[in-house]
Design a protein around this ligand. Structure first.
Ligand SMILES: [Zn+2]
Ligand SMILES: [Zn+2]
Length: 97
């Protein structure tokens, strides 16, 4: 599973998403970048909800940036570490049953 290296991915503020939908886990594109992103941000991979980029556009240099603040490193829209932490907490809670 970790060996799947899709060709169409993009990086937004250091996290990887599918290019077509800007999703971390995308069934349409058949990709799952959670393990990669978790590793990058220093997390151990667990089965958690995938990240999804908020409304995003590209600037003149083709760099992705949030539509809300026109920032490519927006800590509010692209605060992945915070979002991953939240998803992990939710996943752990859900796993307790
Ligand atoms: Zn996709
Ligand atoms: Zn923003």
């Amino acid at each position: 599973m970790a060996e799947v290296h899709p060709s169409k991915t993009v990086e937004i503020n250091d996290a990887v998403f599918c290019e077509a939908h800007l999703k971390e886990v995308c069934t349409d594109c058949n990709i799952d970048m959670r393990e990669e992103n978790d590793g990058f941000f220093g997390f151990e991979f667990i089965d958690r909800e995938g990240l999804e980029a908020p409304p995003t556009g590209q600037n003149k240099e083709n760099v992705y940036q949030c539509k809300k603040h026109s920032s490519s490193g927006c800590s509010q829209c692209y605060g992945w570490k915070k979002q991953i932490t939240r998803a992990r907490v939710a996943a752990k809670k859900a796993g307790k049953k």
